[in-house]
Design a protein around this ligand. Structure first.
Ligand SMILES: [Zn+2]
Length: 96
């Protein structure tokens, strides 16, 4: 099901098109990938906001889709688990 986004300026949704951007491997994505052991980085990339353009204004704006929200939450959970594992490993190292 395609959910149309409403333009933040003219409030029209029939003139809004989703811009298909190639996956951008940014420095932030690389850092997130390294920190999250790959999985977190993939979730993080999928959790990025989608880019839309209104043909009426014309204006480019960013908005979250339902899918990107879910992946952002998954990314946050993954990073929490990674943080706990890293802290646990540090505690074990200190004890030994
Ligand atoms: Zn508009």
């Amino acid at each position: 099901m395609l959910v149309k986004r409403a333009c933040p300026v003219c409030r029209r949704s029939d003139t809004v098109t989703e811009l298909k951007r190639p996956f951008q491997f940014t420095l932030g994505a690389a850092v997130m990938c390294a920190a999250g052991g790959g999985i977190g980085g993939v979730f993080w990339a999928l959790g990025q906001e989608k880019e839309y353009r209104c043909e009426n204004c014309p204006r480019i704006f960013f908005a979250h889709t339902r899918t990107s929200r879910v992946f952002r939450i998954l990314a946050i959970i993954t990073y929490c688990i990674v943080a706990v594992v890293v802290l646990w490993a540090l505690v074990l190292m200190i004890k030994n």
